[in-house]
Every structure is written in structure tokens, then in C-alpha cells.
Design a protein around this ligand. Structure first.
Ligand code: ZN
Ligand code: ZN
Length: 417
């Protein structure tokens, strides 16, 4: 028997969208595997772009490609006028060697779709096919955003600059936006999201401590940057716990320490680098100020100098509470309410869909894809060279994309907002 989520009378009964997505699944898997075999990194993904263009051909979409990057934007016009909803998939891979043993494993040395963006791209192709066939039900427009350069390169921001949301800075031509991220740490076919912060701002720091080089046996005649750098590493952790509110989560990790080349020479410099993750502009600024103060202060206490470089990464992803509720309802029509879960807390990872969500109300959700022969608790996940996703979960992802868009466009004027 079919069941409907409360208050979602406009939605198609659940089995419909999911059943249609299952019919499309072999084609979605084929697109996914083609992209998986030939992964590309960064903002230039010519082969991936070609695969997407080929997969969208004949659907009656208005398709355009990026100028400065290999993006694809496809627009589906519904049968009646209405609002515009954007669905986004990122398309880039990671510079790491695949070790999954899959028969469609990467054929490119040192490049792998380890973050599942191949599945995102394939699911969005599936959603375009599904929604194009249901154009008559749609009042408004669906924008399919195929984005390069999520891992590196700020592809989302570049696509905004090239006008994916329309040209007007203050009045985007898009009313709501949605994206999915696949994850092997959740049971296949489940959906997970939360209102408010979901991904952290991910910034980078680099500190160069400058001393004076010389003989290791006469440290009093040189200025050793190594102990100074070590003190800075410790002091930064103290700074984090003493200056950032415990109710506003933040993490700072030094991931690289480099100095010297041999055992009897004091080096001239010691270089620290790492990342800090925050959710609010306030804590982001507190951490920036703290890094400057600690690096300069500790170095100066020892007569050394510190050069500090802070490189802004992607801002935090904040899910709009009303759009999040809309996604939960729409996803429940696909998988049933018991398989739609509220995340207990945000993740400290970063995501550049934040640039879209700073302009347009919307949300990002995780799609569970743990293979049935593995456990969600221990399965290798995003960025692992062993990660494997359950491909049948892509039918759920395809249907959820379609359900979110269709309910947004065919619902009452404030649906999802
Ligand atoms: Zn990633
Ligand atoms: Zn990712």
C-alpha cells in the first residue's frame, strides 16, 4: 500500500517516482561507471562534461556550458509558469590511487572518484530524465547544475560568477536549491540532513617561523625556530579551547610540520600548516585573530619572527530550516518517513554548495549508500581509496532529487519556503 507524508498532497504517491527511478537505474549506473573509469580533477573536466552532455541529449532541455570551467547548466521548462528550483551535482574526482578492485575502477593512475561525485552526476542525469518525462506536472523551471571543482578550485563560486543563478546579484532567478552527497557511513537508501549548519567553513593556515641557522652544538649562537614552532602548535590548541565558545564548534588541526634536513644544523625556518573549521562568522574571526596573536606572540617571546598566511576556504553550509522541512517531506514520499533521519550534529567537512546557499534558500542532504555486505560503522567512506557505494541507492537519490523539485514546483506558492 502506498502512503503519503502528511501535508504533501501534491506529491506523487511514493512508489511512482521511485519505481520510475528504478527503471532509469541501468542508464544511471552506466553514466556513473563511465565517469568512474575516467575520473578528472579540478575545474577542467572535458571528458566528464562530454559524458553529461551526451546523457542529456534529446530531453528537450536548454543546455549551456561554462566558459572558464567545464560546467553544464541544463534548464527544464515546466508546462506552466512558476518558480525555479536548482538541483546541483558536483563532478570532480580526487588525486588518489583507487584500490577498490571494482571492475569499473579508475583507469587513470592516481585519480579516483573517492568522494562519490560520479554518483552525484549520474543521479542528476537520472533526475533530469525523470523530470523531463513529467514536464506536464511542473509549474516553473528546474535548473540542473553540473559543477566541476568542488574538491579544489571553487567551482560553485565560478558558476555563480558565470550566472547560474541569473545575473542579478541581489535577486537570484532561483527560488530554492538542493544537493545530495552520497555517504557509505549510512544504510543504503536512507536520507540524512539537519536544519542550520551542516558543513563547516574550511580555512587553511600556514605559519613560517624565522630564526637564524647555525651549528646544532651551539644553539646559543643561533635562533632555533624548531622549539618555537612546537610551542605555537601547543598554544594554538590552548587558544582554541579558551577563546571559542563551546556552543559554537570549531576545530584547528596542524597537519604538517617541516623544518631542517639533517642532525647537526639548526634550520633557518620551521613551517606549520593545517586547517581550521568553524560554523559562524564570529568564531571564524575569533580563530583568525587567535592564530595571528599566538603565532606572532610566541615567536616574539623567543626573539623570532612568524609570517602568518590565512587562506579562506569555502564558507559554512547552512540549511534553510523551511526548505529542510520540505526536503524531509519530499524524501519521505520516496523512502517513507522512517528512512529520513535528522543528523544529530553538523560535520566539520567543507562543501562549496555553501556559495549557492548563501544566495538562495535551500538544503543539502546525505544519501546513505553502504553496500549490504559491509557495516555503515566501519565501511570505508568518502576520500578513502577503498570506498565502494551501493549503486542501487542511486535510484533513491534520483527520485529524491525529482521529488524535491516536483513538490517545490507543483505545491502551494510557499511550499519549501
Ligand atoms: Zn570530497
Ligand atoms: Zn564531496
Amino acid at each position: 500500500m502506498e502512503s503519503r507524508a502528511p501535508g504533501d498532497d501534491h506529491a506523487t504517491p511514493p512508489s511512482h517516482l521511485l519505481a520510475e527511478a528504478h527503471r532509469l537505474l541501468p542508464g544511471v549506473i552506466a553514466v556513473r561507471r563511465a565517469i568512474h573509469r575516467t575520473p578528472e580533477t579540478g575545474i577542467h573536466l572535458p571528458q566528464t562534461q562530454k559524458t553529461v552532455l551526451r546523457a542529456l541529449a534529446g530531453l528537450g532541455l536548454t543546455v549551456s556550458v561554462g566558459e572558464g570551467l567545464s560546467s553544464v547548466v541544463a534548464v527544464l521548462e515546466g508546462a506552466a509558469p512558476g518558480r525555479t528550483v536548482l538541483l546541483r551535482a558536483d563532478m570532480d574526482a580526487l588525486p588518489q590511487q583507487e584500490d577498490t578492485g571494482l571492475e569499473f575502477a579508475s583507469q587513470r593512475e592516481g585519480v579516483m572518484h573517492a568522494c562519490g561525485h560520479d554518483t552525484h552526476t549520474a543521479m542528476l542525469v537520472g533526475a533530469a530524465r525523470l523530470l523531463a518525462a513529467r514536464r506536464q506536472r511542473l509549474a516553473g523551471r528546474v535548473v540542473f547544475m553540473f559543477q566541476p571543482g568542488e574538491e579544489f578550485g571553487g567551482g560553485a563560486q565560478l558558476m555563480l560568477e558565470e550566472g547560474v543563478l541569473g545575473d542579478a546579484e541581489e535577486a537570484p532567478a532561483v527560488d530554492g536549491a538542493f544537493a545530495l552527497h552520497i555517504a557509505a557511513r549510512y544504510e543504503a537508501g536512507t536520507v540524512h540532513l539537519r536544519p542550520g549548519p551542516q558543513f563547516a567553513a574550511a580555512d587553511v593556515l600556514r605559519i613560517t617561523v624565522r630564526g637564524r641557522s647555525g651549528h646544532a652544538a651551539a644553539p646559543h649562537k643561533v635562533l632555533d625556530p624548531v622549539p618555537v614552532a612546537c610551542e605555537i602548535v601547543q598554544a594554538l590548541q590552548t587558544m582554541m579551547t579558551r577563546t571559542v565558545s563551546v556552543f559554537d564548534p570549531a576545530v584547528l588541526t596542524i597537519t604538517s610540520v617541516s623544518a631542517g634536513s639533517t642532525s647537526n644544523v639548526v634550520p633557518e625556518t620551521a613551517v606549520l600548516s593545517g586547517t581550521y573549521r568553524t560554523f559562524t562568522d564570529t568564531s571564524r574571526q575569533v580563530v583568525r585573530d587567535g592564530i595571528m596573536r599566538v603565532a606572532h606572540g610566541v615567536a616574539s617571546a623567543h626573539g623570532a619572527v612568524a609570517d602568518v598566511e590565512l587562506i579562506d576556504g569555502y564558507p559554512a553550509v547552512h540549511n534553510d530550516p523551511r526548505f529542510t522541512a520540505h526536503v524531509r517531506r519530499a524524501a519521505a514520499t520516496v523512502v517513507g518517513p522512517a528512512r529520513v533521519h535528522e543528523l544529530p550534529h553538523p560535520t566539520m567537512g567543507g562543501e562549496d554548495f555553501s556559495y549557492v546557499l548563501r544566495r538562495v534558500p535551500g538544503a543539502m542532504a546525505f544519501l546513505g549508500a553502504c553496500p549490504p555486505d559491509r557495516s555503515p560503522a566501519t565501511a570505508p567512506d568518502n576520500h578513502s581509496n577503498h570506498v565502494v557505494y551501493e549503486e542501487s541507492a542511486m535510484a533513491v537519490g534520483t527520485a529524491v532529487h525529482a521529488a524535491v523539485a516536483e513538490a517545490f514546483l507543483s505545491g502551494p506558492p510557499d511550499a519549501g519556503l
